[in-house]
Design a protein around this ligand. Structure first.
Ligand code: SF4
Length: 364
């Protein structure tokens, strides 16, 4: 069965693929970058790369919100767990490596680390166990940050606080434009982040960098359309901001979500695993909420943070410089069952997506 047979509407996909071939340049490489774990899943799972001309490449940038949490911030959670606080987090975070230990290893050593499915579950636990201090490690891009903001502005028990590791996507996209030996010709912007922030934050890329940018949804045909729209712009040397996902993404974004984030957070510099510090790329709780900020409430000694462990190439994978299968450890020393680097941990991590889908396809 060909990959397109698995599409909900294979004829449409084939039609877009034909159009892509019509507008793709006859000579020279075109490199299109997306920054979304779900886009990578769609592209890999549906074999979209196999539908593109050889000289059109789609690469994955820093689109996994768990993979880019720096080791130093995992270390903070581990330190708090060792101090006897109850650490709550989503399951994806548990195995992300810190400098010396993941939260899972801390849990195995006796720390109270609990997986929750919603922040509200963690708050309920804190209400039920008033004698313990609960910390929720809040991770994610602009998609999940509004939920943290809503809860932070709500009625919280005094024995509850947040360890905030939220990050913003546009600064990471801008970073990619300066990475040595990484010539990007267009961006596919993430649909769910854009549903919150709208399209305006991407104007920088078209106006300043002359970079074709298309906001796209997550169906295979959405991604193919975005590739087509970028190539069409490329063929006429245009640099426009287009919205392929207009059924969900409004130019102004989600005003309510933006407002709660404005009330709860300030935007600061933030460290990204394997990348380093990026200005204006992280959310932190405003000082009016500092009693719920675990970093202010407790004595956490910042660590240097060892982001990349020996042999791991996550720093190269995260910025799209190499593909997962170019890491010598891919599906050898590093597997979904025994991940070495953060990119193999989360279901949105590029290495994990490739391990699950590419390897399965190769052995089918
Ligand atoms: S395969 Fe594993 S070790 Fe290699 S880059 Fe990916 S996560 Fe890191």
């Amino acid at each position: 069965m060909s990959e397109t047979m698995r599409f909900r509407d294979p004829k449409v996909a084939q039609g877009i693929a034909l159009k892509i071939r019509e507008v793709a340049p006859k000579k020279g490489q075109v490199k299109i970058c997306h920054v979304c774990g779900t886009h990578e899943w769609t592209i890999t799972h549906f074999g979209l790369r196999s539908l593109l001309p050889e000289n059109v490449e789609v690469i994955a940038g820093p689109g996994c919100p768990v993979c880019i949490v720096p080791a130093a911030e995992i270390d903070e959670a581990v330190q708090l767990a060792k101090q006897g606080k109850v650490i709550t987090c989503f399951g994806d975070l548990l195995r992300v490596p810190g400098s010396e230990s993941s939260l899972l290893e801390a849990k195995a050593a006796g720390a109270d680390v609990r997986i929750v499915y919603a922040v509200s579950d963690a708050i309920e636990m804190a209400r039920a166990e008033r004698e313990k201090e609960f910390v929720f490690h809040a991770v994610g891009f602009e998609t999940t940050a509004p939920i943290t903001a809503v809860e932070a502005l709500g009625d919280l028990p005094r024995n509850f606080s947040f360890l905030v590791s939220h990050r913003l996507i546009p600064p990471a996209m801008e970073l990619l434009l300066g990475v040595e030996d990484l010539q990007i010709d267009g961006f596919i912007a993430p649909g769910h982040v854009s549903a919150i922030i709208g399209t305006k934050p991407y104007e920088l890329f078209t106006k300043v960098y002359r970079m074709p940018t298309v906001v796209a949804g997550f169906e295979p045909n959405d991604v193919l359309m975005a590739v087509y729209m970028i190539l069409k712009q490329h063929s006429t040397s245009e640099a426009e901001l287009e919205n392929e996902y207009s059924r969900v993404v409004k130019p102004e974004g989600n005003r309510k979500a933006l407002e709660v984030m404005r009330r709860a957070f300030k935007v600061t510099a933030g460290n990204w695993r394997g990348i380093g510090s990026l200005d204006n790329s992280a959310y932190a709780l405003k000082s009016s909420l500092e009693e719920y900020d675990a970093r202010k409430k407790f004595d956490i000694k910042p660590s240097e943070g060892k982001d990349i462990h020996k042999g791991c190439q996550c720093h190269q994978v995260i910025v799209g410089k190499i593909k997962p299968n170019q890491c010598p450890m891919f599906l050898k020393a590093c597997t979904p069952a025994k991940p070495v680097g953060a990119c193999m941990v989360s279901s949105e991590g590029t290495c994990r997506v490739w391990a699950k889908n590419v390897a399965a396809a190769n052995t089918a």
